[in-house]
Design a protein around this ligand. Structure first.
Ligand code: NAP
Length: 250
């Protein structure tokens, strides 16, 4: 059976769990072969590979710290050796850290910026020449609603996600004439390991702020990514899609 993404290859960073896993499975269900990029959770990444193979698609796992250019070069080589093409790059890998701005060390600041922002830049840079050559491609950066709202407990995270919006627009301007669309998604509260509730931000209080009155699931983000990789979004670039149950509206 021919599916929409048959013969397409997607690189999904941070695909061992959470939102990235949801994206990897959704793109695979629609026919894509998937490079599952992870940092440390090898077993979880292998489990995602098994689930994709059970769907009937090809997958490989690649250990790669996206903030390390040597690792990213090896990621590029591994994907090209296996499939010799890449159609979609999904920059999803991210870390966060709940600390007040005055508690952050310079090292904390750099670590979060290096993974969330520099990582997206490095992975995009690695695959752009290939996309330029074939004059097509889709790049999706996973940002966050806090880039718009700000946050009172992780300024470095919010700054890294705001940087992704500027990166999205600039990449989109550079690459549109070469057939490459670049967009971002700004998730609200999505139920993954990253989501932490505490006495300052308890779950029931958070739910009251979400018009849909539920947490988002990785699949909610994955379906938006699928749209941004599909022909249905051919004329969409440089945009941010907010997937947040109505939490913030623009
Ligand atoms: P998660 O469950 O904590 O998963 C994070 C993923 O990123 C894991 O696969 C992890 O790999 C990978 N990763 C972390 N550092 C990496 C590095 N240096 N190089 C390569 N991979 C790395 O997080 P999530 O909730 O799914 O978040 C996914 C993205 O959505 C992040 O960019 C996050 O900022 C964004 N987001 C999440 C929410 C939310 O509410 N959950 C809201 C807004 C935005 P290992 O498993 O190997 O450690």
């Amino acid at each position: 059976m021919t599916l929409e993404f048959s013969n397409k290859v997607a690189v999904v960073t941070g695909a061992s769990r959470g939102i990235g896993k949801g994206i990897a499975l959704e793109l695979a269900r629609n026919g894509a072969s998937i490079a599952i990029v992870y940092r440390s959770e090898e077993e979880k990444a292998k489990q995602v590979q098994t689930e994709i193979e059970e769907i009937g698609q090809e997958a490989m796992t690649i250990k790669c710290d996206v903030s390390n250019s040597g690792d990213v070069a090896r990621l590029y080589d591994a994907v090209m050796d296996k499939w010799n093409r890449v159609d979609f790059v999904i920059n999803n890998a991210g870390i966060h850290q709940h600390l007040k701005s005055w508690e952050l060390s310079e090292d904390d600041w750099h670590k979060v910026l290096d993974v969330n922002l520099t990582g997206a830049f490095l992975v995009t840079k690695a695959f752009t020449p290939h996309m330029l050559e074939k004059k097509s491609g889709r790049i999706v950066h996973i940002s966050s609603c806090v880039a718009f709202t700000g946050t009172d407990h992780e300024v470095h995270y919010a700054a890294s996600k705001g940087g992704l919006f500027s990166l999205t627009k600039s990449h989109a301007l550079e690459l549109a004439r070469h057939g490459i669309n670049v967009n971002a998604i700004a998730p609200g509260y999505i139920e993954t390991d990253m989501l932490v509730f505490d006495e300052v931000h308890p779950l029931d209080t958070v739910l009251k702020t979400i018009p849909h009155h539920r947490l988002g699931q990785p699949e909610d983000i994955a379906r938006a990514v699928k749209f941004l990789c599909s022909r249905d979004s051919d004329y969409i670039t440089g945009q941010v899609i907010h997937v947040n149950g109505g939490l913030i509206m623009y």
